[in-house]
Structure formats: C-alpha cells, structure tokens
Design a protein around this ligand. Structure first.
Ligand code: SAM
Length: 292
C-alpha cells in the first residue's frame, strides 16, 4: 500500500495550489502538517488491521492516508464539497477508503457501522473541527453507536475538561458526561505550528475508551444529566439551591436536601465536589421521589 505523503508541509501546499483551495473558517479547517503528530495519533488510537475506522473531517486526506495504511477499512466523512475531488485524488491509491460527503451530525452512524463492519464496534479517529467538538462527541455517545474508542484532536482546554477530576477548576458537566460513557486519556499536547493555518489555541490528542456498560447504575439517565447540568449551571450556589432553582427539576427543596443527605453529604455541599458515583446516587434517590 502507498506510503502517506501529505504530512510533509510542501506536499500539502502543492495539493492546495493544484486545486486552488481556499480554507473555510466556518468549517474549522486547520490541516495537520506534522508527521510526528500524525504518527502519534495513529499509535494512540491503537489501530489494528481488522479495524473499521470512522474519520470525521478528513480535510485533504492527510491522516486518512495513515489510517488506510493501518486499518482494515476507513470511512471518511467530509462536509466541504470542495474537498471531495482532492480526497479522490490523494486517496486514489488506497482501496479500503470510502469517502462520504456529508455533515457528520446528520449521518446515520449506526447504519454506517452496520454496512461497513456488520455492527462490530468501530474506532473513531479525527482532528475535529473545534466549533462542534462537544456536539460530535456527545452525539456519538448518546446515539449509542457501536464504538470501541474515540481518539481525537481537540482544543487543549476541552481535553483538560474531559479528563478533570472532582473539585478541580476544569471539572464540570462535560467531565461527567464523558466519564459516564468512557475513560479519557490525554496522549499528547500539540502546538499551533503543527497546523495550516495555525489555530489561535493549543490542542491535545485525547483517547476515550468507551465503557462496555456505564460505571454507575442509574434508574433514569436523562434525569442524571439534568441534575448534572443544573448543578453546574449555578456553580457558585450550593447544590441544594442550584437544584431547587432548576426549572426542569420538579422536586421540592426538602426532597432535594433529603436526597443529598442520603448520599452522605451535607445540604451545603457544592456540586463541583461530587463524583459520578455520588451524582448517580443522588439521581436515583430523586428518581424515587419523582415516581411517588
Ligand atoms: N483531518 C484533516 C487534517 O487533520 O488535516 C482536517 C482537520 S480540520 C481540523 C476539520 C475538518 O472537518 C475539515 O476538513 C472540515 O471541512 C471538516 N468538517 C467541519 N465540519 C464538519 C461536519 N459537520 N461534518 C464533517 N466534516 C466536517
């Protein structure tokens, strides 16, 4: 199979010139031009020959070439129509790549997994467009698409939030949501000069190893996430006040305080100190009250 060539900045510039390509800011286009970073992502993603890989936003196909070499099959989903002829050119020597011109947020990924790998869990790898990082990742989790792991380049601050522990400044609803579905691991920090054009922010590669089943048992997943969002919406308030002010939680303050005490905490506790297990316990007690 052909060797990847686009990690070299000269080759990227040549392709961009050949097709007279102009970067679209609205699509978060920052292409990777560093072979070491590309190799690091492939290593972090632990791609095997039998894997089916979904790449979100292949750009001109730089990382796709590496993925095609390492994996069994690759589907590359790109929203920008102007990039499709370029991808057909740069990936012409890789017979195991399917290029899909679509918005990944609109694509039926369950069906794609079924078509490409008979529903076997896939690996997602991407240098994500930063303007929709959270909707993409939460969409992958919440739609219960069969996924083994997600290895993505994201803004450094977002990676820190995903991996944050209770009581730290970065801990919040995103940390809890990600850690409910997966185990995060930051594999590398990547400076702006590894991209063309350079982003204004630092980046990080994070691997999310998806749990086969959630690490906590909850009676009502949706209620758990409503409680988590309400706790962090009013970060400065105590948990009891934050939850009793939440318009979408129809539980009285007495019941909220009772539930907080049942998980062994005081009514004055702040939400940002609670672990996922404690939020799960709280949501189960509140679910009992709601069922009464
Ligand atoms: N993978 C390439 C690389 O590393 O050089 C490009 C990464 S660039 C940060 C993000 C890519 O995602 C762009 O090619 C952009 O056009 C594409 N993109 C943006 N929004 C998208 C969406 N909703 N669905 C699919 N692709 C999208």
């Amino acid at each position: 199979m052909a060797e990847p060539v686009l990690g070299n900045p000269q080759n990227t510039i040549e392709i961009l010139k050949k097709y007279n390509f102009t970067f679209q800011k609205k699509y978060g286009q920052n292409f990777l031009i560093d072979t070491h970073v590309l190799e690091k992502i492939i290593r972090a993603a632990r791609i095997q020959k039998e894997d089916f890989v979904l790449e979100i936003g292949p750009g001109i196909g730089t990382m796709t070439q590496y993925l095609a070499q390492a994996a069994g099959r690759v589907a590359a989903v790109e929203i920008d129509r102007a990039l499709i002829p370029i991808l057909e050119d740069t990936l012409s020597r890789y017979g195991n790549v399917r290029i899909i011109n679509e918005d990944v947020l609109k694509l039926d990924l369950g069906r794609l997994a079924e078509e490409e790998s008979g529903g076997r869990p896939m690996k997602v790898v991407a240098n994500l467009p930063y303007y929709i990082t959270t909707p993409i990742i939460m969409g992958l989790f919440e739609k219960h698409v069969p996924i083994e792991s997600i290895t993505v380049m994201v803004q450094k601050e977002v990676a820190d939030r995903m991996q944050a522990a209770p009581g730290t400044k970065d801990y919040g609803a995103l940390s809890l949501a990600v850690q409910y579905y997966a185990e995060p691991y930051i594999a590398a920090f990547v400076p702006p000069n590894c991209f063309m054009p350079r982003p204004k922010v630092g980046s990080a590669v994070i691997r999310l190893n998806c749990h086969k089943k959630p690490p906590v048992l909850v009676k009502d997943e949706e209620l758990l996430f409503r409680i988590i969002r309400a706790s962090f919406n009013q970060r400065r308030k105590t948990l009891a006040n934050g939850l009793s002010n939440a318009p979408d939680l129809a539980v009285s303050k007495d019941m909220i305080i009772d539930s907080i005490e049942k998980i062994g905490k005081e009514a004055s506790v702040r939400g940002e100190t609670l672990t996922l297990e404690e939020f799960a316990g709280l949501s189960n007690y509140m679910a009992d009250y709601l069922a009464e």
